[in-house]
Structure formats: structure tokens, C-alpha cells
Design a protein around this ligand. Sequence first.
Ligand code: C2E
Ligand code: MG
Ligand code: MG
Ligand code: MG
Length: 293
Amino acid sequence: SIVGKYDTFIGYYNDAMHKALMEEQEIAGEMNTALRNKEFVIYIQPKFDLNTFGVIGAETLVRWKHPEKGLIPPIKFIPIFEKNGFITELDMYIFEEVCKTLRGLLDKNVPIVPVSVNLSRADIYKPDLCEFIVDVMARNNLDHHLIEFEITETSYTQDSEQLINIVNRLRELGFAISMDDFGTGYSSLNMLSEVPVDVLKIDMRFLKNFNDADVKSKNIIHFIVYMAKWLNLPVIAEGVETLEQVEYLRSVGCYNGQGYFFAKPFPIEEYEERVSNVTFAAPAVSYNIEDII
Ligand code: C2E
Ligand code: MG
Ligand code: MG
Ligand code: MG
């Protein structure tokens, strides 16, 4: 009967919801202890010049080294922390740890590249965000050009004024800002026209099913690169996994990339041994617009 089906549906729905809620509560309940116990660990993934294969920078990515559950990827806990507000505390912790690590490397004369830290949209509401960032940089005696911030456009829906405010201040302070996951948000072009950024990161979804049959994704990449040139913005492609993709990106004028083809993210402690034998390069930003039409 209808009633029977309805009951079953409600029951099923409640079970799934209940399980998700329990998981969320469990994660939220453990987050403060996890922070104290240093269970959040920092991975780093280099960014490359697609012509010379030199390293131009690196991005830090958090993982949760859970004592029982093992290494938990950010997708499992970042959305929960974005909901309950803990994300900003975590992001500031990551940022500070990254700064300490860079200071340690500099003290050992290890060559370093600019390192980017992901910021969540929620972080812009931290009242003393810029002051905190400047203070951490000063305490570690780091040049502002050594740190960049990646801001995802995905959650751009409201309060662009506050976002523009923060981005302007950070840029005035000498920090570069990347627009992360470009092409996937609700209002990519709107954000691009309103928020002054230094780099466009092309979301990896366009490279995901990369093959000759997927002409659409290829053309979208081509278009984004072309548009970025008109806006005088350097671009970098995320999720580069094959040489074929490298060659395609180069052919349309995208000269920077990041992905498993070059290096998977690795623990930041391994930075010294992993980068000691690589070549460094300045980001490829010079190009002729005619090259890519
Ligand atoms: P994102 O900032 O766009 O980072 C790129 C993601 O792509 C990372 O996933 C990276 O491991 C993955 N990736 C890199 N190259 C490849 C590739 O060739 N193939 C594939 N399939 N994947 C690749 P990850 O580390 O799981 O992070 C996911 C997202 O979580 C990040 O996306 C970022 O939005 C967020 N996130 C990570 N760390 C932090 C953090 O410290 N703070 C904040 N607020 N968000 C973070
Ligand atoms: Mg990022
Ligand atoms: Mg991204
Ligand atoms: Mg992202």
C-alpha cells in the first residue's frame, strides 16, 4: 500500500540521515583533541612549469592522521568544519605550521619556492585575519612573497564586499591570491570581474576525462586560457596526470601545471629530500596572445 511504501521510505531516509549525522558529530567531537594532538598533518604538492618542468611553487594540503581510522582526506572533514566554524582555526593552524616549516628550511639553506595555503570562504569573517597573518609572517621572519593564498570560488554567493576587502588587503600586503577550482562555481565570471586575483587555477574536472572524444572539455580549457590572457592573468591547470595533457595544455598556451604526472602530494617533512635534486623556475607568465588564438 501507499502507506507501507511511505513508512519504508521514511525509515530508510532516517537511517541514512542518522548515520551521516552520527559521523558528523563524531568528527566534530574529535576535532579539538585532534588539533591538540597534532593529528592534522600537512602534505605538499609542487607546481611545475610545463615547458621546462622546473618547480615554480607548491600547494599545502591538509590530511587528518586519525589514530584509529588512518589518513582521512580533507573532503571527509573540511565540509563539516566549514559548517561548524572550526575550519578557520584549522586553516590558521596549517598556515602557521607552514610558516614554521619554511623558516626551518631557510635556516638550513634549503632552496624554497612560494607556497600556497588554501583558505576557506569562512575565513574572511575572522576579524583579525590579516593582522594574524602578518604577525605569523613577522614572527617567522618570512618575506610575504613566499606565501600565497588559494581561495575557492565554489561558495561565492553572497558578501562579495567582505571577500574583496580581504583580498585587497592581502594583495596590498604582498600576498598573491589564486582563484581555486575555476570553472566550477556558481558565478565564476562574476567573481572574476569583481575580485582582484593574481592567478587562475583551472579546475581539474576539465582534464578528468581527457581524450580526443571529449572535445568539449578541451575547448573549455582552451577558452579559459584564452580568456585569462585577455585579463592578463597567469593560469595553472590542476590535476595534470599524463604527458598528453601536458602537451595539450602547452598547445593552448597554459604553461603551468600541478598533478600526479609530476608529483602526488607528499608529507611536508619530505620537502627537503624531495626537492633537493629538482630545478626551479619562475612561473611562466609571459606569452603572446597570438600564440593561442
Ligand atoms: P584543491 O585546493 O583544489 O586541491 C587540489 C586537490 O586535487 C587535492 O586534493 C590534490 O591532492 C588533488 N590532486 C592534485 N593533483 C591531482 C591529480 O593529478 N589527479 C587527481 N585526481 N587529484 C589531484 P585533496 O588534497 O584531497 O584536497 C581536496 C580539497 O580540500 C582541496 O582542493 C581544498 O579545497 C580542500 N583543502 C585541502 N587542504 C585544505 C586546507 O588546509 N584548508 C582548506 N580550507 N581547504 C583545504
Ligand atoms: Mg587549492
Ligand atoms: Mg582546486
Ligand atoms: Mg578545492
